[in-house]
Design a protein around this ligand. Sequence first.
Ligand SMILES: Cc1ncc(C[n+]2csc(CCOP(=O)(O)OP(=O)(O)O)c2C)c(N)n1
Ligand SMILES: CC(=O)[C@@H](O)[C@H](O)COP(=O)(O)O
Ligand SMILES: [Mg+2]
Length: 641
Amino acid sequence: MALTTPTLDQVREPSDMRNFSIDQLRKLADELRAETIDAVSVTGGHLGAGLGVVELTTALHHVFDTPRDTLIWDVGHQCYPHKILTGRRDRIRTLRQGGGLSGFTKRAESEYDPFGAAHASTSISAALGFAVGRDLKHEDRNVIAVIGDGSMSAGMAYEAMNNAGHIGGRLIVILNDNDMSIAPPVGAMSHYFARLVSSKSYRSLRKLGKGVAKALHVEEAARRAEEYMRGMAMGGTLFEEMGFRYVGPIDGHDLDQLVPVLRNVRDGDNGPVLVHVVTQKGKGYAPAEAADDKYHGVAKFNVVTGEQQKSKGGPPSYTKVFAQQLIREAEKDDSVVAITAAMPGGTGLDLFGERFPDRMFDVGIAEQHAVTFAAGLAADGMKPFAAIYSTFLQRGYDQVVHDVAIQNLPVRFAIDRAGLVGADGCTHAGSFDVGYLGQLPGMVLMAAADEVELSRMVATATQIDDRPSAFRYPRGNGTGIGMPDVIEPLEIGRGRIVREGSRIAILSLGTRLGESLKAADALAAQGFSTTVADARFAKPLDEDLILRLAREHEVLITVEEGARGGFGAFVLHMLAEKGALDRGLKIRTMTLPDVFQDQDTPFNMYEEAGLNARHIAARALEAMGHDEAAAERIAAALAAS
Ligand SMILES: Cc1ncc(C[n+]2csc(CCOP(=O)(O)OP(=O)(O)O)c2C)c(N)n1
Ligand SMILES: CC(=O)[C@@H](O)[C@H](O)COP(=O)(O)O
Ligand SMILES: [Mg+2]
């Protein structure tokens, strides 16, 4: 049944809704929620968070003069209603697809997105930057940051509040407290928020808000609500100690409260203010409300039933393979412990935690702490596995260098989402970990070509007690290779020849091995005998293997799912040092391109990156001086295969 949205249809951009009454805003919010659900049912994506801020988004764009007033969303995964209200409704069904809208806020996409996001806990820092810029230019506009309770578990949020409280300029922070991260929230702060929300005053205010708002004029009710809040016993909140005026908690789904309170805050006196808004993740869509994860991230789904399109099954995910092997290791060795930074489901540590509840630690969105916490565990003789997505590990890099590598502590890094990830786009691409880890003295850095290799790398890392180690693996399913009964650890620094040839050598790191073998087949079919090797280790390199490939082949191609300055660079350094480049070896290093790639399917992104089979074959032919025609023949053969 086609969606009818008569009120939403009137809103091309927020200026069209500035004179709406509360009743019209309520209608708008209801239609905005329906449109969000309908859109995400055909695109998939982050649904729960957006549903939780439909009323807040409506109220913010009604009360504040966006885009002149600066509105910054933390993480940005909740921004679909915001995008619909800010001139992008016509493209909302292109969300997270090649050439479509980003799944997060993005400066290049709209003037209503003053700051990009996707990694959590950056909004207050960015907002403070805008606010100080405003004040230095003596401008008069509002700056608002909307940050979730989960994102308030990251230290960066407190660094920003600490600085904002010190500077003392006008800044509005909306704490969107839905008592959820991706998983239920962890940490003392979430207990603190719960205390604020469960305080007698909030409960009675909700009754007050419901009853009085009807009897009195809404503004009066909300003025009284806000005064009541500010005077309430919970005064002296942590935020007030940090120099913020605290307003709340208020019901984030009640426009009768939201609109007047936001107006008061907008027109209030100077200084930083934090408005504590209580919302429900997944609000207004029964299947989301009922789901444990509140439909944080969903596949395409049936709007009526809420049933998500099942993935096509097939081999287990790399994530699951990792978790299963770690459980096997932990069953044999009770010093094995595991740490996640608010991603138990995404890293598979939820499975580990079910098996070993006392040995799994979810530290919240706190990757810096996660790394040094793991370092402390290692220093105390434990075997910590820090399972952190490649992109999110970037948040804790100094801790990797300073607290782990320099002290040579045996922390094991399970680096999930290595390489290109698809719909989450460039903010989540695991592009840089080979470079940023491979440079560190003492680090053992592995990359799995398939799920057997991944299991062996977990077993290998378990045994590495004298230095840090890391193994990387991509988002998605494995290759379907049969798993042996016994998982043997690897010999450190040893790669493997997967296919013997003579003229061309392809040296692959990680899961580009599959495409490398396809390229080798196509080259061989054209008479170019091709060796394929799996490096397994980016550090220490298997120097004997690589020097042999260089010595015995005319062409050497390295391939990796990582940016320049990673595996291929390390190989070049070593070959140069050994003089192996002095005899005319034709070498090409194939990496991700030196750009931030927008979202698409992983295959299309690797097509764009030039790292699929046809590209590898073409590069080998180019190195041998063959013209485009030869490459086109091979590309045609591959396309036909
Ligand atoms: C640095 C970082 N670590 C982890 C994530 C993964 N992540 C995305 S959203 C989210 C939970 C955010 O919780 P909250 O801020 O409460 O927002 P909600 O989804 O509840 O609206 C997490 C952990 C991230 N985006 N950035
Ligand atoms: C918004 C966010 O950062 C997470 O939800 C992330 O999108 C999860 O990625 P996966 O879907 O790869 O677990
Ligand atoms: Mg939350």
